[in-house]
Design a binder for this molecule. Sequence first.
Ligand code: UFG
Length: 331
Amino acid sequence: MAIAVLGGAGYIGSHTVKQLLNAGEDVIVLDNLITGHQQAIDSRARFYQGDIRDYHFLSQVFSQENVEGIIHFAAFSIVPESMKDPLKYFDNNTGGMITLLEAMHQFGITKIVFSSTAATYGEPTQIPIKETDPQIPTNPYGESKLAMEKIMHWADVAYGIKFIALRYFNVAGAMPDHTIGEDHHPETHLIPIILQVAAGTRDGLQIFGDDYPTKDGTNVRDYVHVVDLADAHVLALNYLRDGHASDAFNLGSATGFSNLEILEAARRVTGQAIPATIGPRRAGDPSTLIAASDKAKSVLGWQPKFDNIDQILETAWNWHQTHPQGYGDRA
Ligand code: UFG
């Protein structure tokens, strides 16, 4: 039976497709290629181009393939964009989930591993953030994903569709063989922007705010390597196969780096000066996000292999140097 990876042409999806294939899974990829890249899809996977909001598309694929479980990455994920265009997020992310669950119910597919986010917590009440902490998002992106978690809960109660929500903190890095990596248009994430400046493909970096209540005034984030994150999806799938109940897990490193510390680490790893200025705060940014990820380790058996920021930056830098224009398929 096949595992259907929705959004498998995207950054995290494409890394997970490879890790699933390497674990011996039969994989199909569904992606509308709005933000994904066809070149990112491993050639061992069967690819179907279409949109998860399109019930007809989903039912065609699910009729043709014998799908055992879903891994769902197909969502918009840019915090500042969601502040400007919240309905785009509720339509694609939350609306897409409803259509997907309807199709899963119709076709008797009862397992889903879901890309959730630290953004569902909003401004944390304690650090590190535990899975049981209050979820009060500060932006529509986080709100759209929290709604998806809640919808899955009720689909489990009513239809027995089991889910694992993986709440990612800040994902970075690339496949160490640099065959796939991060390529967003526009790019809004800190690490790829810093590395584009280092590589000379982007002019300058602005750090958004230095008046937060943190060690140096800049936001603090918890970075996790994309391959470690991908491995967690394989573990979560097997956890559902073992018959466990629906659950949620944080995926982070339990370590926080300020934006200025990331800049310093990138200067060290790349050997480049990387000029930067301080700008105003960016709307919707929580001050500090650090995960408690012991639950994923103890329950899923997750063991991150890239456990320091230099390794994360080195693999990302390798990708940027070998792919200065990313996949080269966008203007
Ligand atoms: N930042 C800058 N300058 C930039 C870009 C980003 O200073 O040019 C700052 C941001 O203000 C923030 C930090 O770098 O303080 C990280 O920003 P990112 O945009 O890289 O990532 P976010 O923390 O906003 O969001 C990411 C994912 C979300 C996820 C969240 C969870 O994009 O999907 O991590 O921690 F929900």
